[in-house]
Design a protein around this ligand. Structure first.
Ligand SMILES: Cc1cc2nc3c(=O)[nH]c(=O)nc-3n(C[C@H](O)[C@H](O)[C@H](O)COP(=O)(O)OP(=O)(O)OC[C@H]3O[C@@H](n4cnc5c(N)ncnc54)[C@H](O)[C@@H]3O)c2cc1C
Length: 455
């Protein structure tokens, strides 16, 4: 039976785009279903792009607190220009590769048929040989929190605030909570960050966690650990957060940043017999195939690591599996972490805690930004690079960095760490000339520091 398309992709975030582009370039007839009015996904419209555009404005100013009187709306308008540029670029990719865009909400009727419900209410059915589900995730909303109240926001609705808050409580100190704590404090607001866990971002290296906690507090963010809300009371002019510890926190607005849910509920997965887990994530195998081998799922919809970078590569990886029958696992493993707090944080590979647990004989080399000429020139002296390497083979096993441009800096070490066998060696940084003054020089300094520790 002739199907309408070879491939239908649902969702136009990075996961969907990666899959659609790979399939189109492999000569497949591809259609993309998107329920939002523009392509780009939550990544472009609600997550990565607007938050990073906001942060960039603060970074450009030498003194964050100058923003005290800034109008939040003006700042949001700046991020809108970046969003528009991204949308135009991404739309061009689809047009250039002849991927047809089907506007509406996609829902499976059977394993080879999707119904698309347009905003006009019109329904159309389309069939395909294979499918990629890349519908992303949304903020988790517990039922006892009144998100209809204008003073209670999540990471989607915070971008629609029409007022400029003077104070903000952020409930949840994961990556999104910590990033927004830095951003809003940087805009001059009084920020309370309520962490439900004992530590910030416990998956990071301990030294980096300590640095983040120190710098957030130094910026003036109030951080409370191991707290749980008992009640949230919105008023006309603010929000009162009651904690189980009997602490009470008042602020103009509250940003709920405690967890996300996969967008699996409207996909008609019950018609395929696919059962998402309690967080709405769709189970997949190592090739990102669901219980139906011709239906792949990628990106936030499958859960960890919930990063735009990972979503795009998972899309490409899964599409390569479909079009070529096999694929390289390296594309989806060892995904670096980039966290755009102030200071920025980035890492790849194992941390000291993991190496200790695994009894790996490792050593550590540090470079402090304050000792680098480049950092002294730019005035961005807060930060550190640490390289973790095997004591005997000198193989690099982890790179951790915080400070200005940490996410860029980590990629230099990642390129060496990804080399096979003996090519992955700390010696690369000893025997290579780095331009002076650069931040890349931190690798030479850290490598020497590490070798000195070997005695
Ligand atoms: C505040 C914030 C900051 C972030 N910062 C970063 C960062 O700095 N770096 C990073 O790597 N990641 C970041 N992320 C995470 C990143 O945004 C996500 O990992 C990424 O967007 C996931 O991509 P995706 O393709 O899975 O889905 P999404 O980007 O969520 O896109 C899914 C698309 O599917 C559409 N859709 C959903 N259901 C249907 C349906 N049934 N039919 C049709 N269309 C549908 C949606 O409208 C949406 O357009 C951030 C997230 C947030 C919330």
């Amino acid at each position: 039976m002739e199907r309408d398309y070879d491939v239908i992709v649902i969702g136009s975030g990075p996961g969907g785009e990666g899959a659609a582009m790979k399939c189109a370039k492999a000569g497949k007839r591809v259609a993309l279903v998107e329920s939002f009015f523009e392509v780009g996904g939550s990544c472009t419209h609600k997550g990565t792009i607007p938050s990073k555009a906001l942060r960039q404005i603060i970074q450009r100013k030498p003194n964050w607190l100058k923003f005290q009187d800034a109008d939040y709306q003006t700042l949001l308008r700046h991020s809108q220009t970046v969003i528009e540029a991204q949308v135009a670029l991404r739309r061009g990719f689809y047009e250039g590769n002849e991927v047809e865009i089907l506007a509406g909400l996609g829902r499976f009727l059977d394993p080879h048929t999707v119904e698309v419900l347009a905003a006009s209410g019109q329904k159309r059915r389309y069939t395909a040989e294979a499918f990629f589900l890349a519908t992303g995730s949304r903020p988790y909303r517990p039922t006892d929190v009144d998100f209809a109240h204008p003073r209670i926001c999540d990471s989607d609705t915070i971008l629609k605030l029409t007022e400029t808050p003077r104070s903000l409580t952020i409930y949840g100190a994961g990556v999104i909570g910590c990033e927004y704590a830095s951003i809003f404090r940087g805009l001059g607001m009084r920020v309370n960050l309520v962490n439900t866990r004992a530590q910030l971002l416990a998956f990071l290296d301990d030294e980096i966690i300590d640095a983040l906690a120190y710098h957030l507090r130094e910026m003036g963010v109030r951080v409370d650990h191991s707290e749980k809300y008992s009640r949230l009371e919105p008023h006309d002019d603010g929000v009162t957060l009651h904690l189980e510890s009997n602490k009470v926190i008042h602020s103009d607005f509250l940003l709920w940043a405690n967890g996300r849910t996969g967008n699996s509920d409207k996909l008609g997965l019950e018609n395929l017999g696919i059962v998402p887990d309690g967080r709405g994530s769709v189970p997949v195998n190592e090739n990102f195939q669901t219980a139906h081998p011709h239906v792949y799922a990628v990106g936030d919809l499958v859960g960890y690591p919930s990063l735009a970078s990972a979503a795009y590569d998972q899309g490409r990886f899964a599409a390569t599996h479909l079009t070529e029958g096999a694929t390289e696992y390296t594309l989806v493993k060892d995904i670096p972490t980039g966290i755009y707090t102030i200071p920025e944080i980035s890492s790849v590979g194992l941390n000291e805690r993991e190496l200790t647990d695994q009894k790996v004989p490792y050593e550590v080399g540090h470079a402090m930004f304050k000792h680098l000429a480049r950092a002294q020139i730019t005035g961005r002296t807060t930060g550190m690079l640490k390289i973790l390497f095997h004591r005997e083979t000198l193989q690099i096993v982890g790179i951790h960095c915080f400070g200005d441009n940490a996410a860029e800096i980590v990629h230099i070490g990642q390129a060496i760490m990804a080399q096979p066998g003996e090519l992955n060696s700390l010696n690369y940084f000893i025997h290579t000339t780095f331009s002076y003054p650069t931040m890349a020089e931190a690798y030479r300094v850290a490598a020497r520091n590490g070798l000195n520790r070997l005695g």
